[in-house]
Structures are given as C-alpha cells and as structure tokens.
Design a protein around this ligand. Structure first.
Ligand code: SF4
Length: 321
C-alpha cells in the first residue's frame, strides 16, 4: 500500500501577462512506506512545485493527494496541522532556512513546540537524541547556526525535520548548495536514516548522479509532467525517454565515449506557453512529425518492463484489455 499517492495533480500559477503558468500538469505517482522516490529534471521542470504541492505547502489547483489512507486535499487548517507531524520538508538552502537568532537546540525543537509535544525536559532529551542521530557535535544545542559549516547546517535542518518522527520527508534540492565532498556525506546520512527509521523520502534534485545513489525509483520530469518513471537501476541502465538519456549522458562516466553523448541544446520551454504535442520536441534528437502535434501518454510501453513507464512516441504504450 502507498503511503503517499498523487492523482492527476496540477498546479497553475497566475502569470504576469495573464497567461497561466502551468508548473505541474496531471502528475500521478505513489510513494511506499520507507521508499525513496527521486524526482529529477532541469531547473524549471516543476519538481520543487510538485514536492511542495504534495505536502500542500503550495495549494494544488486540481487533483487528489492521499497520505496514509486519508485524502488530504480536503483537509482544513487544523487537519493539515495534525498531518504535518508525519510529513516534513528539508529545503535547499541550509543558510536561509535556519533562524540565525535561535540556538540550534531551539531550532531543532521548534516543530515539537509548534505541535505542543512534550515539556522542556523531554524536548531537551529529544534534541540530544536527534543531534546524535544526524552526527552533530554533542554541544551543538547551545551554539548558533552561523557557527556551523554548510554540511552541518543541513544536518541541523534534517534533525529538525525528524523531530516529530515523520513518515515522509520531501528533500528539496537538499544537497545542491553543498560542496561535492559534503554532498556525498549528506546523501549517505539520508540513506542511513531512511533505513534506520523506515522513512519515505521524495528526493528532489536536478542532478541524476546524486539521485541514483539514494533512490529506489526515479521519476523524470519535463515541463511539469512526469516523462519517465521506474526502478532506479532500470532508469540508470536502460533509460527509454530521450530526455532521460540526455540527462544521463551528461554524467561523466569511465569508459563513456564522447560520440555517445547526447547533447541537450536549448532550455526547458516557457510553462506559460507550452509547445503542442510532446513538450520536449524542440530539443529532441529523435523528434518525429507526430511529436509536434500529439502529446504522448505516460504508460508501460508494449515492449517494456513492468513498473517502467515512459511518455514518448518512440515507445507506444501497451493497449489494455
Ligand atoms: Fe522525442 Fe518525440 Fe519522444 Fe518527445 S515523443 S521525446 S519528441 S521522440
């Protein structure tokens, strides 16, 4: 059973010139308890908006979100406050997301205070436990965020997200602002915590080389839609969508030949003026006439493997029934 399910989720922002900005369109996905789903795509593909919409930090325009068997799209403020104990977020910027005027002990305890959990003594004990869990120095509670490095600040943000013992965390570009060497430490920490706490994680990154280390499944997004989704090793070893192939070929690999590299020209199109047909057609090296007119549906190709779905005319979806 899924812990989190989104069905036909869309988010449209009002645009400045009047044209609506379609940040997320018709996304359906599931996350099982303890599973890590990687969400990948270039900047502007809608992955952060989707991540926040899943937690209703941004109100979806349409669609349904079920969390732990409950339809959370219909919940009011009080209902959402209760459910937020179980769903937390870690943001990209470990410098901006921590209040610099509060000591780290207070920063980590904040979710407990907001939710009215425990008294001072039990909160202090929980903070000490969390500091140990994320590998911060023992005396961290009494110090201020600016006294810590970028990687340590992200450990503080993770400890805060774990304070209420949630079932799901959305990690929104949680390692992107860090040096490469520190990135792998935080990725390892997240993997370790997920195993120890049976934590489900939606891990958002523009970097497929980071996503592959932490994810059980990967969803590739392009202009607000999921264009490929499947088990991580299948996406990495046998990607079907030309966009996924292009993202993958951008990762430096030993033995990779220069001529095999798929160059990705141009940028993600403007979401207020999405192109007709397949949104990737202007950049796709395998574009066909049909791609310019008809949107390819996301589904399991007739010649594909179970649980691996693609939205591309090169891989027609199997007919049902
Ligand atoms: Fe390329 Fe066409 Fe597939 Fe889109 S549908 S990815 S344009 S081949």
């Amino acid at each position: 059973m899924s812990l989190l399910s989104a069905r036909n989720l869309s988010k449209v922002f009002p645009g400045k010139g009047g044209a609506p900005i379609r940040a997320v369109t018709d996304v359906s996905l599931d996350v099982a308890p303890g599973e890590v789903l990687g969400l990948v795509g270039e900047s502007g593909c809608g992955k952060s908006t989707l991540g926040r919409s899943l937690l209703r930090l941004i109100e979806p325009t349409s669609g349904e979100i079920t969390f732990d068997g409950q339809d959370i799209t219909v919940l009011g403020k009080a209902g959402m406050k209760k459910i937020r104990r179980d769903m937390q977020i870690v943001f990209q910027d470990p410098f901006g997301s921590l209040n610099p005027t509060h000591r780290v002990g207070h920063v980590i305890a904040e979710p407990l205070i907001v939710q009215g959990v425990g008294d001072k003594a039990t909160r202090r004990a929980r903070v000490a436990e969390l500091i140990d869990l994320v590998g911060l120095p023992e005396d961290a509670a009494g110090r201020y965020p600016h006294e810590f490095s970028g990687g340590q600040r992200q450990r503080i943000a993770i400890a805060r997200a774990l304070a209420l013992d949630p079932k799901l965390i959305v990690a929104d570009e949680a390692v992107s602002a860090l040096d490469v060497s520190i990135q792998s430490q935080i990725v390892n920490l997240i993997s370790d915590l997920r195993a120890r706490l049976n934590l489900a994680i939606v891990f958002i990154s523009h970097d497929l080389s980071v996503i592959r280390h932490v994810s059980d499944r990967i969803a590739v997004m392009y202009l607000g839609r999921v264009v490929e989704i499947g088990p991580a090793e299948r996406i990495m070893e046998n990607p079907q969508h030309p966009y996924t192939r292009a993202l993958l070929s951008a990762i430096p690999r030993i033995g990779a030949r220069r001529e095999d590299r798929v160059r990705l020209n141009g940028e993600v199109p403007d979401p207020s003026a999405p192109p007709p047909g397949c949104a990737f057609h202007g950049r796709c090296p395998q574009v066909m006439e049909v791609c310019r007119k008809t949107l390819p549906p996301l589904g399991q190709p007739a010649d594909g493997e179970a649980h691996h779905e693609v939205a591309c005319h090169l891989h027609p979806v199997a007919a049902h029934g």
